[in-house]
Design a protein around this ligand. Structure first.
Ligand SMILES: Cc1cc2nc3c(=O)[nH]c(=O)nc-3n(C[C@H](O)[C@H](O)[C@H](O)COP(=O)(O)OP(=O)(O)OC[C@H]3O[C@@H](n4cnc5c(N)ncnc54)[C@H](O)[C@@H]3O)c2cc1C
Length: 284
């Protein structure tokens, strides 16, 4: 439980951090909240030569809400997302998801950017970002780019981030009036991570679904958007028959993971159960 020796630099600006990454893309690692990285160092699952602490970078902090949408800095902690009244007024799934992450210690230190960049297949935020059609702001030595959440997660613990890139923030389109959303998860009894987690945002006009977007975590190698299920619901009522069909489509959208706790079939069934529960909650 003792990490290999490493150097430590506290980055003084985004450009400083990017320069350090560019100089040693294979040997350096960013340190945000440290709640994934430090255990990995102690278990020697990672042994970087250099830790670049980005924790003091003001440009990666804060939640801004404007007519143009919502910007969440990558260093925003789970606890800050839980506590933000302006954010949760329209999008209560931030409080629901943050409240289901670990314990107060992890929530006070862990960051949304660290969670997304780490791409744990059972992490909570990826599902939320997929349902809200977020775009991720990325900075690197070649400049800035934005990547939609649906294109960001590549595989288990793998994203489109290049070794010299930093996730700086998350942009979420301003929710349309009347949008309802929910996040639900079945927690692994030992770790608390998602066996299956489902985030959904829908809008109903005169009982017909006009928008429906779904994000799923825990079930597969990486979080994914349930496009077929969402598209199926458009123009329909939330009748039991339509909910059942959307749940079937969602469970067929991926090859589910199988492990000692939950088989692929069990996870596929949980996808159906959780989507039905989420839609029933939103329809009442
Ligand atoms: C006991 C425990 C229980 C947990 N339970 C849950 C849970 O139920 N649900 C859940 O979702 N999570 C859970 N977590 C994980 C927690 O949410 C972590 O805080 C989070 O995954 C990583 O965020 P961090 O800021 O701590 O990142 P770090 O640990 O600092 O970094 C994680 C990785 O991301 C990289 N990184 C960090 N920030 C950036 C960035 N801005 N740009 C590019 N790369 C970056 C780092 O280099 C590192 O490789 C748990 C953690 C612990 C210790």
């Amino acid at each position: 439980m003792i990490p290999a020796a490493f150097d430590y630099v506290r980055a003084t600006s985004l450009a400083h951090a990017i320069g350090l990454l560019r100089d040693d893309p294979d040997g350096a690692k960013l340190l945000a909240g440290g709640h994934t990285l430090l255990p990995s160092l102690k278990l020697r699952l990672a042994s970087p030569a250099l830790l670049i602490d980005i924790g003091g970078l003001a440009e990666l902090k804060g939640i801004e809400i404007s007519d143009g949408g919502i910007r969440i800095g990558a260093l925003t902690t789970h606890a800050e997302l839980f506590a933000s009244e302006p954010l949760n007024k329209d999008l209560p799934l931030f409080r629901q998801a943050a409240g289901l992450i670990a314990d107060p210690q992890v929530r006070n230190r862990g960051t949304v950017g660290g969670s997304l960049a780490n791409a744990d297949p059972a992490a909570d935020w990826p599902a939320v970002m997929l349902a809200l059609q977020a775009e991720f702001e990325i900075a690197g030595s070649k400049g800035f780019r934005r990547v939609p959440a649906c294109d960001f997660f590549v595989d288990i613990f793998s994203t489109v981030l290049e070794p010299d890139e930093i996730l700086t923030g998350i942009h979420i389109p301003q929710p349309k009036s009347g949008t309802r959303c929910v996040y639900r998860k079945i927690r692994h009894p030992a770790s608390g991570f998602a066996v299956v987690g489902i985030a959904i945002a829908i809008r109903l006009t005169q009982n017909l679904v006009t928008d429906a977007t779904v994000g799923v975590t825990g079930a597969a190698n990486h979080a994914f958007a349930g496009e077929d299920a969402g598209d199926f619901l458009i123009g329909k009522t939330l009748s039991q028959e339509n909910i059942d069909q959307a749940a079937r489509l969602l469970s067929q959208a991926t090859k589910c993971l199988s492990d000692r706790y939950a088989s692929a079939d069990y996870r596929a069934n949980l996808i159906q159960v959780e989507l039905k529960r989420a839609l029933l909650a939103l329809s009442s």
